[in-house]
Design a protein around this ligand. Structure first.
Ligand code: CA
Length: 221
């Protein structure tokens, strides 16, 4: 388990890092907002502890940009009485928040909860409106009618549902559904999106899969 600690107060960062290491986590500490955003986007941390007031880019903005592409669990650190930070952090997809100063035991407990929640979120079944996708029986239905999908189409649909409300890029889809060893053009993603749309959107007159120009695709709840 690798945890990124984004905090410009070096005393706090050092202390939290030491305690986390003691608990068996690997840690990386970053004090600058811009650097932190880069690191968060380019690495797969298991969790991020994110201070709000940072040099460069603030924590809320980091969270907002991160959530456009990733759902890494995030616990934000806010100053006492900064209710606005707390609310906008949760609005932007933070899993939890801590108000400074905090007891390290409480932070550790919240980290455990956030990590557990995330692993439990690996679902067996997705329901979105009249669409139901069951991973156990590998079937998809719309309003009770079975949708005939190939394995690849099914995996693609599950990936989009797993990232509900998060815009995924063609590269991310390719990595997740086709695998890292797939050498090919990302156009294949567009082709399969068209297949899915023909079988679901067109067939049932719904707008399930949304194209976000210049970014990728999303299914919204
Ligand atoms: Ca700070």
């Amino acid at each position: 388990m690798h945890i990124l600690i984004v905090e410009d107060e070096s005393k706090i960062a050092r202390f939290v890092s030491l305690e986390l290491k003691h608990e068996g986590y690997d840690t990386t500490c970053i004090a600058d907002g811009r650097e932190a955003l880069d690191a968060a986007l380019n690495n797969d941390y298991d969790l991020i502890i994110l201070d709000v007031m940072l040099p460069g880019i603030n924590g809320i903005e980091i969270l907002r940009r991160l959530r456009q592409v990733k759902d890494t669990p995030v616990i934000i650190l806010t100053a006492r009485d900064a209710v606005v930070d707390k609310v906008s952090g949760l609005d932007h997809g933070a899993d939890d928040y801590m108000t400074k100063p905090f007891a390290i035991e409480e932070l550790l407990a919240r980290i455990r909860v956030a990590l557990k929640k995330r692993s439990a979120a690996k679902k067996e079944r997705y329901v979105r409106g009249k669409l139901t996708v069951d991973l156990g029986s590998v079937t998809a239905t719309y309003d009770g009618h079975k949708i005939d999908l190939t394995k690849r189409e099914f995996d693609l649909l599950v990936y989009l549902l797993d990232n509900m409300n998060v815009v995924v890029t063609r590269e991310q889809v390719l990595d997740a559904v086709w695998g890292y060893d797939f050498y090919g053009n990302t156009n294949v993603v567009d082709v399969y999106i068209r297949y899915l749309r023909a079988k679901i959107d067109d067939e049932y007159h719904v707008q399930l899969i949304e194209t976000v120009r210049g970014s990728g695709y999303v299914i919204r709840s």
